[in-house]
Design a protein around this ligand. Structure first.
Ligand SMILES: *Cc1c(COP(=O)(O)O)cnc(C)c1O
Length: 377
């Protein structure tokens, strides 16, 4: 193939030039190809180990017959169901091909060169990527220190407030945060929202909300009426077990949603995703089972990690981030050779940590045994 006789990156926008792409968890099939082993488990992407609701699967099978037709660009039924769930005007909803796309819509609609978005160190990586991609400045606020008694590495709302300046258009908060599992309680998040100027959007990413049982944890969707600059994102990828289907949404003031929907391609959420997400919403039984499996798995992990003398960041999600107190890359790689995929966190400036998704009981045992073997070696 003939090469360009100039530096191609000079043709692309400045934001893209400086972009470091997102590094997803290693797919099972990739490790199987690389190591030639068959029995691989993946506890690396916070997926639901039970899979999707059987009702969602049935609805998806049903929807296959309609694949020749374009999707409903308004996703009428799904939007109606989401509106009912949140008791909100359907016009406040923006549907995404996964909630990552909702984050991208927010960046594309509200950020540009010369302005900035504020986020915490160790926050979910997509916020920085979508900000950088449109050429806006990323302003990192210091996180709580590793020695913080309750929320090591967690978002520090005071530091985030202090980072806001006249060029700030957006603040991103993951509650709870991935990869730390830390969270902001009702009082501190409410106080934060009251302090942020109305011209700054506050995006609260609630990707893991279904897993949370802490009484002081706030469901921010209930505050949308009080703060016109509040945007809440939700996803079907985590507790609903539909990460491969790609469906998520944001809830916001109608005027914000109107702007976001201007850049949304009309068919961004496909027929199967609309049908599957709709059915998943109504299957509370599967959701309850999911939460029970996660709670039991969390206890199993904590007990196992304690036995191994390891420490971790307390998490309210479906994952735990373990602190090995030395560079963890070699442990990650040794676990791969045991057929267990977890998530290294160098990209989050946490090179001594690995993030592990809570799995089914036997998967958790397998991980703990592999960890024991690897650490003894
Ligand atoms: C997984 C995750 C998401 C969303 O993923 P989608 O599959 O794009 O909906 C969003 N935010 C956080 C913090 C996540 O961990």
């Amino acid at each position: 193939m003939k090469n360009f006789d100039f530096d191609l990156t000079e043709l692309c926008s400045r934001g893209v030039r400086g972009l470091k792409p997102y590094e997803p968890g290693k797919p099972i099939a990739e490790l199987q190809r690389e190591l030639g082993i068959r029995d691989v488990i993946k506890l690396a992407s916070n997926e639901n180990p039970l899979g999707p609701s059987p009702k969602a699967l049935a609805a998806i099978r049903n929807a296959l017959a309609g694949l020749a037709a374009y999707p409903d660009g308004q996703a009428y039924e799904l939007r109606q169901a989401i509106a009912e769930k949140h008791r909100i005007d359907p016009r406040c909803i923006t549907l995404g091909d996964g909630s990552d796309q909702n984050l991208e819509f927010l960046a594309r609609a509200f950020l540009e060169p010369g302005c900035n978005a504020v986020m915490s160190h160790h926050a979910f990586a997509v916020y920085a990527i979508v900000t950088q991609a449109v050429g806006a400045e990323i302003r990192f606020a210091a996180a709580h220190p590793a020695t913080h008694p309750h929320m090591p590495y967690g978002h520090n709302p005071d530091a985030m407030l202090a980072a806001i300046d006249k060029h700030t258009r957006m603040v991103c908060i993951a509650n709870p945060n991935n990869p730390t599992g830390t969270w902001l309680d009702r009082t501190s998040l409410l106080h934060f929202l009251e302090q942020v100027p109305q011209r700054v959007l506050v995006v609260v990413d609630e990707a893991y909300i279904e897993y949370v049982s802490e009484p002081q944890y706030p469901d921010c969707s209930q505050w949308l009426g009080d703060f016109p600059n509040l945007v809440v994102t939700r996803t079907f990828s985590k507790a609903y077990g539909l990460a491969g289907l790609r469906a998520g949404y944001s809830l916001s003031h109608r005027a914000v949603a109107e702007l976001l929907n201007r850049i949304r391609q009309p068919f961004n959420v496909n027929n199967l995703a609309q049908a599957g997400a709709l059915a998943a919403l109504s299957d509370t039984q599967h959701l309850e089972k999911t939460l029970a499996v996660n709670q039991a798995g969390m206890r199993q992990f904590e007990q196992g990690l304690r036995t191994l003398n390891l420490s971790w960041i307390p998490s309210i999600g479906n994952f735990l981030t373990v602190d090995f107190q030395r560079p963890a890359r070699a442990i990650y790689e040794a676990l791969l050779r045991e057929g267990v995929i977890v998530r290294p966190l160098q990209n989050y400036a946490m090179p001594n940590h690995l993030r592990i998704t809570i799995g089914l009981p036997d998967q958790n045992i397998r991980l703990l045994q592999a960890l024991k073997k690897v650490l003894a070696a």
